[in-house]
Design a protein around this ligand. Structure first.
Ligand SMILES: Nc1nc2c(c(=O)[nH]1)N[C@H]1C(S)=C(S)[C@@H](COP(=O)(O)OP(=O)(O)OC[C@H]3O[C@@H](n4cnc5c(=O)[nH]c(N)nc54)[C@H](O)[C@@H]3O)O[C@H]1N2
Ligand SMILES: Nc1nc2c(c(=O)[nH]1)N[C@H]1C(S)=C(S)[C@@H](COP(=O)(O)OP(=O)(O)OC[C@H]3O[C@@H](n4cnc5c(=O)[nH]c(N)nc54)[C@H](O)[C@@H]3O)O[C@H]1N2
Ligand SMILES: [Mo]
Length: 749
């Protein structure tokens, strides 16, 4: 059992259903986690077989070098973790960045959850606003919580339950009074913008009562219209923060925003009616939201609103305009850089993003497309499982399979040959359209099965690792157990390859290339942490990961409360940052925030999406569930979790289910122009007619198999949530699911 820490400010000793089960996910030779990868595996042509590290690195590094020398850096592709906990962390992210960017120099890089190497929130970056601006404390202090496209009960459980819910219950009034003398304080209200009636909605109602909860059950992808309409009302009622706008923002951008996004040259009635039509809401609901967000409190004090968004907006209709619209609304109402406010991603996982700059431009190169075009000769998949999680996932897998098979032949033909001959044979296979695949994971996942070389990683707890949470709280996760067998930390894997490449280039008398792989002589995880600390310059957006003067020793002393990044040295002492932009400055050249105008109040669906919508009956909204972490990489092995959802569920409205003869528990097939996938029907009032919701990225049915390759052209970010398909019943509940409950999951008391 891993015990939650009562003295930790983040969870107050609380544990989510995932956190409380963490210990069961650790490696144990006598438990189901014994299937962890424990040695490198090499495909000798027919199957993966255990190999020694030296042999694995020798072959892998020589293939990479040959590809680099013959086809150039961009022929070496990668898709890698950038989170904090499982994979990633400051140490591993730094090692990956050093290897692929300053080492290889490839632009064919992509982050685990998307086809390119880019920000999820370019618009916030362009506005000069950090991705994670507030402290969790601000959720206790806010007058209004505004949650757009996120389901924090399930995805940010501790933040929601330990910080938001107490405020909704009125349990933080003392803190509020102490923080804001003279201001009227009451329990918070919450506005949740989500097409589904989620457990977040039900829990909020249970905590605050129906009068203080506004659930805006919008039509898919209509957030921009809603956010701009709310802003228009705020301006119309003169609830916007004139002082903040004048002093802290670039005025020309404000004026452009008023005209284009908020359509101030058009009559407000017409504007609001149009927004109501687009969103499926009423004008009264939009006005109520505006009032809860921006109307002054009794006595005239500004309302403190905390604006949060996550994947319903990020993977939404149009990433750039989506994020712009919420950031603009926050700026308009002056809700950033003050207690009880913020404009932030909600998060829901650890982060630790330190890397040298990406060598490509913006929009970043679409790696999935480069793969489809056959431009990638060598592809390294690290700590992610795109076979389940990318768009057009089945085609992605087929590509790995077909092109990998060409290399398998070469490996089989040279099974007992010296490494030089094997590499020559592999390169010949690559010339014939093959692709050499390296994989780096802790399990033999759906993606790893296609790798020619599988590299076993140590996970958190098996190596020292640091990361930040959603309020930038930097903490050390110390090593407390050994990794299985020969598994080693991710940074150490990259270091082994880098050192080998350096040796090979030195032997080639090519010091220029050899020197690109120079700085990998780290002895410990802390060496990597400190190396990153000295060299990391912030990656364009907001530099929230800076941590001057922080050492493992300091982090050990600070324990689970850690220190909030960015950390500066003040007279030699590291000082953290509770809240971003509290000094009134933003990360733009002028130091003032920028409004990001969108060309019109709502851009509409892209052509590829419209075609799907027209053709298929159901919207297949998709995302996460409380019990399951990501692709279930641990949970599929642990009965407690696996038995809860033996197949991915598909939430369906009772009316729709009935019309198709479907009952809860039935197996159904979803089908569209991209692919086919199976799921288990779950009839619920959480979704409206014509809407469904599927657990994403599951081994027994991946929503990605239905999702088109469409991306927002200005950011290369997919619309994962935007998929339409037809549904049919294929059979009764599978035997394996008989024990799993079909009771509603969105009832709270
Ligand atoms: N239990 C659990 N927690 C997790 C994870 C997990 O796998 N399991 N994963 C972690 C990770 S990596 C991430 S990124 C976060 C994601 O955290 P969230 O973003 O909270 O999770 P999602 O379920 O992907 O999406 C949130 C909501 O977006 C809604 N949505 C879909 N389309 C739209 C739309 O057009 N507009 C609006 N307004 N809403 C829409 C969906 O109905 C859904 O309820 O969760 C983290 N936390
Ligand atoms: N349809 C649809 N698709 C989506 C989304 C969606 O909402 N809908 N959401 C997107 C989002 S936000 C995300 S985050 C992605 C998730 O997609 P992925 O990132 O592909 O999924 P994960 O399960 O997080 O993958 C983590 C992998 O790392 C391995 N791992 C764990 N710890 C370690 C470690 O210490 N080292 C190494 N090397 N490996 C480790 C695990 O075994 C697992 O295979 O999916 C994206 N795709
Ligand atoms: Mo994510």
């Amino acid at each position: 059992m891993i015990l939650p820490d009562q003295a930790c400010r983040v969870n107050d000793g609380m544990a989510s259903v995932r956190g409380a089960g963490l210990a069961s996910t650790l490696y144990a030779p006598d438990q189901s986690t014994r299937v962890r990868l424990s040695t490198p595996l090499l495909n000798q042509g027919q199957a993966l077989a255990p190999a020694k590290w030296d042999d694995a690195v020798e072959l892998g590094a020589r293939v990479i070098k040959a590809v680099l020398d013959r086809w150039g850096a961009d022929a070496v592709g990668m898709k890698f973790f950038d989170h904090g906990g499982g994979g990633g962390g400051f140490e591993n992210n730094w090692a990956v960045g050093r290897f692929f960017f300053t080492g290889i120099g490839t632009r064919t890089a992509s982050i685990h959850n998307r086809p390119a190497y880019n920000s999820e929130v370019h618009a916030a970056g362009d506005a000069g606003v950090a991705a994670l601006t507030n402290s969790y404390l601000d959720a206790q202090l806010a007058d209004t919580l505004f949650i757009v496209g996120a389901n924090p009960y399930e995805t940010q459980s501790n933040y929601f339950l330990a910080h938001m819910v107490p405020n909704l219950q009125g349990a933080t009034l003392e803190t509020k009074r102490a923080s804001f003398p003279g201001e009227p304080v009451e329990a918070a209200r919450i506005i949740i913008v989500d097409p589904r009636k989620t457990m977040t909605v039900s829990t909020s109602i249970a905590a605050a009562g129906t009068d203080r909860v506004l659930h805006l059950q919008i039509e898919p992808g209509s957030d921009i219209a809603l956010l701009n309409a709310i802003a228009r009302v705020a301006v119309h009622k003169r609830w916007h923060d004139v002082g903040f706008i004048r002093e802290r923002t670039e005025t020309q951008t404000y004026e452009a925003y008023l005209r284009s996004s908020l359509g101030v040259d058009r009559p407000i009635d017409e504007f609001l009616k149009e927004a109501a039509r687009t969103t499926g809401l009423t004008v009264a609901q939009i006005e109520k939201a505006a009032s809860w967000i921006a109307s002054p409190k009794a006595g005239g004090a500004r309302r403190r609103t905390l604006l949060h968004y996550e994947k319903g907006l990020i993977w939404g209709l149009k990433n750039y305009e989506n994020i712009a619209a919420i950031v603009d609304l926050g700026l308009l109402t002056g809700n950033v850089g003050k207690p009880g406010t913020g404009i932030s991603r909600l998060g829901g996982h650890q982060e630790g993003y330190v890397r040298p700059p990406y060598p490509g431009g913006r929009p970043a190169l679409n790696v999935d497309e480069a793969l489809r075009r056959g431009e990638v000769k060598c592809f390294w998949i690290g700590g992610c499982n795109p076979v389940l999680t990318t768009s057009r996932a089945a085609a992605f897998e087929q590509n790995l399979k077909e092109r990998g098979a060409i290399v398998n032949e070469a490996l089989l033909a040279t099974a007992n040959a010296p490494v030089e001959r094997r590499v020559t044979a592999v390169i010949e296979a690559l010339k014939r359209g093959g692709m050499f695949i390296l994989g780096q994971d802790i399990y033999l996942t759906e993606s790893m099965k296609h790798a020619h070389l599988v590299l076993p990683a140590a996970q958190w707890g098996e190596t020292n690792l640091t990361s930040i949470n959603g309020e930038r709280r930097l903490r050390l996760y110390p090593k407390f157990m050994d990794a299985p067998g020969d598994a080693i930390a991710d940074w150490a894997i990259l270091a082994r390859f880098a050192k080998k490449l350096r040796t090979l280039y030195l032997a080639d008398k090519n010091p220029l290339m050899a020197n690109r792989f120079m700085d990998f002589d780290w002895r410990t995880a802390e060496d990597v942490f400190i190396h990153a600390r000295y060299t990391f310059k912030g990656d364009g957006n907001d530099g929230i990961e800076g941590y001057a003067g922080v050492t493992y020793d300091l982090l050990r002393k600070l324990g689970n409360n850690g220190i909030q990044t960015p950390v500066r040295l003040v007279a030699g002492t590291p000082v953290g940052t509770v809240r971003m932009h509290e000094d009134g400055r933003f990360s733009t050249p002028s130091g003032k925030a920028r409004f990001i105008p969108s060309p019109q109040p709502w851009p509409g669906y892209a052509a590829a999406v419209t075609a799907q919508r027209k053709k298929y009956r159901f919207w297949i909204n998709n995302g996460r569930s409380n019990h399951i972490w990501q692709t279930s990489y641990h949970h599929r092995h642990i009965p407690f979790y696996n038995d809860r959802f033996p197949a991915p569920y598909l939430e369906m409205n009772a009316h729709d289910a009935k019309s198709l003869g479907i009952q809860s528990g039935d197996m159904v097939e979803l089908h569209n122009d991209v692919g086919t996938v199976q799921a288990m029907a779950f009839v619920t009032d959480a979704v409206k007619k014509g809407h469904t919701f599927m657990l994403f990225g599951q081994p027994r049915g991946a929503a990605g198999d239905l999702i088109s390759e469409h991306v927002d052209p200005s950011t290369t970010i997919p619309y994962y949530k935007g998929v339409w398909a037809d549904i049919k019943r294929i059979g009764p509940m599978p035997e394996s699911a008989r024990k799993s409950s079909l009771a509603p999951t969105n009832i709270a008391e």
